[in-house]
Ligand binder design. Structure first.
Ligand code: SAM
Ligand code: DTB
Ligand code: SF4
Length: 325
């Protein structure tokens, strides 16, 4: 058996900033070493996303088309029903997804029928043999416990950016509140999905600082989504220039080195990348993609093109591994 890769929780900002700006070939070499040791066989998990409650959110996250503070085309929609959600989950499972992620455009989870439906959705998704992930804002200890009892695999709550850049992006809740939400999820025994976004006007030190907060969590989040900003019309970040794809490659590579056993998810923004840039991200250590024609409110590459992408890269999706077993 191969040796376990060391997991550290004491990375300094300097070390991370140095990694982020190291020569690309050296960075890829290091990330590959970690990735191949921690993920023998190079498997990639496919996760599908569905927005259960879309739009009309009271938070002011500058990147988000679902905020009621912005003038994007996304308006408040009624919640999807349990059956409609489970029908979509079944389709995702048939297409080869392993994980089904459901989103609510909420500041925090609300008690009442909508929460009961959320629990029923989690149970239903688990019954289909899929991992279930929910992203719905802040929560209480008791809500985290009830989600755990329903079988929730993971709760997604992103840091989004560094503590230093955060106030330029969100004013309606604090970084500390985010960290407390993560703590509650952990306490309930649900795995953490926590990452962020690049391309929101942050500096290299901000990127390093966000990665430092993530890597200093002990244990590391089991899942780390790295998003590139999708600059949606009507949001305050609509005019942000698209990032150089190699910056995303670097971010993925450093996340992989810092958190060897976490799933590093190449998340929003893949439509801005050509096939070769996405393959570089896989090579840098990304071991999951969002799979299906849409993210929450924006589009994602088509299923057929993602199958072709994985085939071109010569990596197996988890379902192919199951089929071959
Ligand atoms: N309301 C919940 C929350 O904020 O935690 C859940 C949904 S929220 C849309 C989930 C995550 O999607 C955000 O934290 C952010 O990282 C990501 N996201 C939202 N809009 C994005 C965009 N335009 N580009 C990239 N990532 C985005
Ligand atoms: C995450 O970090 N990215 C996903 C998932 N977690 C919930 C969401 C991306 C949303 C992109 C913008 C949209 O489609 O609305
Ligand atoms: Fe609301 Fe989440 Fe969008 Fe922020 S990211 S505005 S909390 S839906």
């Amino acid at each position: 058996m191969s040796e376990r890769v060391e997991q550290r929780h004491d990375w300094s900002l300097e070390e991370i900033a140095d990694l982020l700006q190291s020569p690309l070939m050296d960075l890829l070499w290091s990330a590959q070493g970690v990735h191949r040791a921690a993920n023998p066989g190079y498997k990639v998990q496919l996760a599908s996303l569905l927005s259960v409650k879309t739009g009309g959110c009271e938070e002011d996250c500058a990147y988000c088309p679902q905020s009621m503070h912005h003038s994007s085309d996304v308006t408040g929609q009624p919640d999807l029903e349990v059956k409609a959600v489970l029908d979509r989950a079944r389709i995702a499972a048939e297409a080869g997804a392993d994980r089904f992620c459901m989103g609510w455009a909420w500041r925090e989870i609300r008690e009442g029928p909508a929460f009961e439906s959320m629990l029923a959705m989690v149970r239903g998704v688990r019954d289909l043999g899929l991992e279930a992930c929910v992203t719905a804002g802040m929560l209480t200890d008791s809500q985290a416990e009830r989600l755990a009892e329903a079988g929730l695999t993971a709760y997604n709550h992103n840091l989004d950016t560094s503590p230093e850049h955060y106030d330029n992006i969100i004013t309606t809740r604090t970084y500390q509140e985010r960290l407390e939400t993560l703590q509650k999820v952990r306490q309930a025994g649900v795995t953490l999905c926590c990452g962020g976004i690049i391309g929101m006007g942050e500096s290299l030190r901000d990127r390093a600082s966000m990665l430092q907060v993530l890597a200093c969590l002990d244990p590391h989040p089991e899942s780390v989504p790295i998003n590139a900003l999708v600059a949606v019309e009507g949001t305050p970040l609509e005019t942000q220039p698209t990032i150089d794809p190699l910056e995303l490659v670097r971010m993925v590579a450093v996340a992989r080195i810092l958190m060897p056993y976490s799933r590093v998810r190449l998340s929003a923004g893949r439509e801005q990348l050509n096939r070769e840039a996405q393959i570089l991200c896989l090579q840098a250590g990304a071991d999951s993609i969002f799979y299906g024609d849409s993210l929450l409110t924006t589009s994602n590459p088509a299923v057929e093109s993602d199958r072709a992408l994985l085939a071109a890269a010569g990596v197996q999706a988890s379902w192919q591994e199951r089929a071959a077993a």
